[in-house]
Design a protein around this ligand. Sequence first.
Ligand code: NAD
Ligand code: MG
Length: 378
Amino acid sequence: MTENLSILGSTGSIGKQSLDVCRKCGYGVKALTAFSSVEEIEKQAREFKPEKVALVDEKAAADLKIKLADTDIKVLGGMDGVCECAEIQSADTVLNSVVGMAGLKPTLTAIYAGKKIALANKETLVAGGQLVMSEAKKHGVEILPVDSEHSAIFQCLQGKPTNKALKKIILTASGGPFFGKTADELRDVTVEKALKHPNWSMGAKITIDSATMMNKGLELIEAVWLFSVKPDDVDIVVHRESIVHSAVEYDDNSVIAQLGLPDMRIPIQYALTYPERFESPVGELSLSQIGKLTFFEPDYETFRCINLCRKAINMGGLYPAAVNSANEQANLMFRQGKIGFLDIADRVEAVLEKTPHYDNYTFEDILEIDKFAREIGG
Ligand code: NAD
Ligand code: MG
């Protein structure tokens, strides 16, 4: 069980909810990091009194240093500063809620420092799953999922992530804001509409990933690494109510699911309290109030990103990393109004087709593929 935390990406949606869990459960917060949000992180630092804070943006870090001059909090800048927070001695657990594959280096740093990892940053496993899992094993580090579906699967597996009797994983998806729409209807869809998620309030990047359903493809890859399953043993089912957070099917065809209200503070808290459970500020689930739960086959033709991810993980090597980087770039360009909604899948596919094959890879190879994917993705 966690006692002291380092929270990477503390100013984001998951980061703020993690701090809320710390308030309720009384965990110590030893380090906080963000990209450039000076005011938010200053507020957090004054409340939680960590030893160190880091901002990736050096100018923002210099501003923060002036603002926190009356405290004895050490202010760091750049990715090196974030990594220093990831290996801070006084924390036993690193909660990584950075968005994007930028979270990979801090995850590896935390593994090398022997920290337990509560992982929200799914891109870490998509881009470098083989490397991350093998280094975690080598250093005896536990990776506990924060992503709600993976927390659900972990809970259904009763703490045995490599359960031999596991036949398949049933990954649920909300379907996002465009469930039931055709590709034609999505051609000119606005950023504003894509940012309106029906059930969850999240950061901008993952909200767009939910609209394209790329998020479910990334989660499929995440599940493959976390639970040592074959990609084809992960079924995806659209479940509009987001009450069943995922399920597992065993050899005897018994299916076990985890249910709860859609609130990330439950999976965040479980990653920290595991194997114990504490009271939660999240409300109780009333099934009779919800009335009915519905399930549908995903529309793979309209939401092409799901199968592009399935293809990438089946091909292995750095194909998933390439797909992830191409998506990071296209997702951002869509949010900036530079490309259309349907262009996202087209760009991901174009990069996947041009990516070279790797059997084994290093951290440097991942960075190279990231650069390659962003250049080709244009
Ligand atoms: P967000 O955009 O709200 O927050 C991201 C955080 O990362 C911020 O603190 C930001 O300052 C920091 N950051 C951004 N770019 C960075 C960089 N290049 N280097 C270092 N730090 C950087 O994102 P979020 O919605 O909180 O999501 C965080 C991660 O958790 C993502 O990987 C997402 O897929 C995953 N996740 C989120 C949710 C959710 O409900 N929001 C649910 C499941 C999984
Ligand atoms: Mg999820």
